[in-house]
Design a protein around this ligand. Structure first.
Ligand SMILES: Nc1nc2c(ncn2[C@@H]2O[C@H](COP(=O)(O)OP(=O)(O)OP(=O)(O)O)[C@@H](O)[C@H]2O)c(=O)[nH]1
Ligand SMILES: [Mg+2]
Length: 208
């Protein structure tokens, strides 16, 4: 049984980060910006997997762009509506792992570890799953509620590749969505999954 099926309300527990991850956590959670939202969703993944296209599909046109404090790396934020609720969405710079090499990766990691994040959507390229799933494990190990968004499924299908999302979902114990940010396939399902995760968390109180 996957965590998301678990009847016991253990989200609070799973959200606590291990001592290993706390080692990297050098600041108290600091919101980038104040907004009246009921939760924060971070889009995370390697470069060029479609995070920004997905971000715009989720949030529409009203977005804010600001430099991450102390850096020249730009962070884009927007708001996604989910029924009566609205959630802040953060488009993070591409990262390969939690051991950063570039400034962008460092910002993405710091953002994840130092902000209050309710749900992480790990965006991966359906054509390169093997290369990308290790970061899924790292995100889960770090204690985030993760939804795996397998993007570019249109291209994978054109290449004759098949992804068994149900099997992956069972093995990983997290929601897995097959999607294409450019065609819109799977966006509705992704929003529903994010909403379910946010609703399962303690209560929808303002995150900021
Ligand atoms: N065919 C196809 N192309 C996609 C899809 N999603 C994104 N793309 C394309 O992939 C390229 C990269 O998309 P971005 O959204 O910029 O990727 P990103 O993850 O934000 O990249 P970084 O900001 O560099 O980390 C663009 O040319 C998109 O049009 C998809 O589902 N299908
Ligand atoms: Mg981008």
């Amino acid at each position: 049984m996957g965590c998301h099926d678990c009847p016991s309300n253990c989200h609070a527990k799973s959200h606590q980060r291990s001592r290993f991850w706390n080692f990297f956590r050098n600041k108290q959670p600091q919101p980038l910006k104040k907004a009246q939202t009921q939760g924060v969703v971070a889009l995370v993944g390697m470069p060029n997997v479609g995070k920004s296209v997905l971000f715009h599909a989720l949030t529409g046109k009203y977005v804010t762009v600001s430099n991450y404090p102390g850096t020249t790396v730009e962070i884009t934020q927007g708001v996604m509506t989910l029924g009566e609720n609205s959630l802040a969405v953060i488009d993070t710079p591409g990262m390969y792992s939690f051991l950063p090499i570039s400034e962008e990766e460092k910002v993405a990691r710091n953002l994840l570890l130092n902000q209050v994040i309710d749900v992480v959507v790990h965006v991966v390229d359906a054509k390169n799953l093997g290369r990308m799933l290790p970061l899924t494990f790292q995100l889960m190990e770090a204690g985030f509620r993760v939804v795996l968004a397998i993007n570019m499924i249109d291209e994978a299908q054109q290449l004759g590749m098949k992804v068994n999302s149900q099997h992956l979902q069972m093995e990983l114990g997290i929601p897995v969505i097959l999607m294409s940010a450019t065609t819109g396939k799977g966006i509705k399902e992704l929003k529903a999954q994010v909403g379910e995760y946010v609703n399962k968390s303690a209560s929808l109180s303002p995150a900021y």
